[in-house]
Design a protein around this ligand. Structure first.
Ligand SMILES: Cc1ncc(C[n+]2csc(CCOP(=O)(O)OP(=O)(O)O)c2C)c(N)n1
Ligand SMILES: [Mg+2]
Length: 270
């Protein structure tokens, strides 16, 4: 890897804004929220090999908030899993880059979009790795709003019961859902107490602090026999001042002027 995680995060943000603008698509705020988490994962933490995307010993990374797929597509292009040119086809007919994440793309494990599906799948992966005695880890990146889904809590019970300490769950805790705050939609806090009560090891971190995220994710389990749950406190729209904490940019793409302003803030345009 020649890029630092900070450079990778910036690349992800620039590519995501450009792709969403071109496709007149949604969810740019959701992508900006996890750009730093993705940069640390793909730039430093995950054991994956672009030359062998299906290498049996790879870590499994599952994006549960599949609506934020452009962030992963941009990271995969930056890591040479897919050609950078293909990013331009995002959400077009016949493009492999669908607007919710697709496992047809090299490096993507599982298609998601309907929230609450990746953790049950990831728990199965982690159980399989335990039973085979292999050392790769399973990482599942969830949103906060999708903890409204019972399937996630059921999967957490199962993971703790089976002592899946090779499983790492990351929660993108940006406190915003599609239309309003998490607090107003369905209260989740105190999240740390809930996960501890389920039998998980829990850490909380600023999800935009690369060193802190890397420190938390590079070595797990934090407690032997327990799944690791990282509550990453984030800001939806992070990195573009007028998109931060704005519900509007869950669905609305940036217009031409907003794109130019955003790319200027990120240092991509003079
Ligand atoms: C099961 C299910 N219900 C509803 C939706 C529609 N939907 C897309 S994103 C979203 C919520 C967005 O908030 P959050 O889950 O916190 O993700 P963020 O955008 O903050 O990353 C919803 C309800 C969905 N994708 N799946
Ligand atoms: Mg959210």
């Amino acid at each position: 890897m020649s890029q630092t995680t900070l450079q990778l995060a910036r690349r992800i943000r620039v590519d995501a804004l450009t792709m969403v603008h071109r496709a007149r698509a949604s969810h740019v705020g959701s992508v900006l929220s996890i750009a730093d988490l993705l940069a640390v994962l793909y730039g430093s933490v995950l054991h994956v090999d672009p030359a062998r995307p299906d290498w049996a010993g790879r870590d499994r990374f599952l994006l549960s908030k599949g609506h934020a797929c452009v962030g992963v597509y941009a990271a995969l292009a930056a890591r040479d899993f897919i050609p950078a040119e293909v990013l331009r086809t995002y959400a077009e007919d016949e493009s492999p880059l669908m607007s919710h994440i697709s496992h047809k793309v090299p490096g993507v494990e599982f298609s998601t979009g309907s929230l609450g599906h990746a953790l049950p799948f990831g728990v199965g992966k982690a159980l399989a790795a335990k039973r085979r005695g292999v050392s790769w880890r399973t990482f599942v990146l969830t949103s906060d709003g999708e903890w409204d889904e019972g399937s996630n809590w059921e999967a957490t019970l199962f993971a703790a019961h089976h002592a899946l300490d090779n499983l790492v769950v990351i929660i993108d805790s940006n406190n915003l859902q599609s239309l309003t705050t998490v607090e107003e939609t369905l209260r989740l806090e105190p999240l740390d107490d809930k996960f501890r009560a389920f039998g998980c090891a829990v850490r909380e971190v600023d999800g935009h602090d690369h060193a802190a995220v890397e420190d938390a994710l590079s070595t797990t389990p934090w407690e032997p026999g327990r799944p690791s749950v990282l509550i990453a406190r984030t800001t939806k729209g992070r990195g573009v001042s007028f998109m931060e904490n704005q519900v509007k940019f869950h669905y609305s793409p940036p217009n031409d002027e907003e794109l130019a302003l955003a790319l200027t803030e990120l240092g991509e345009l003079p």
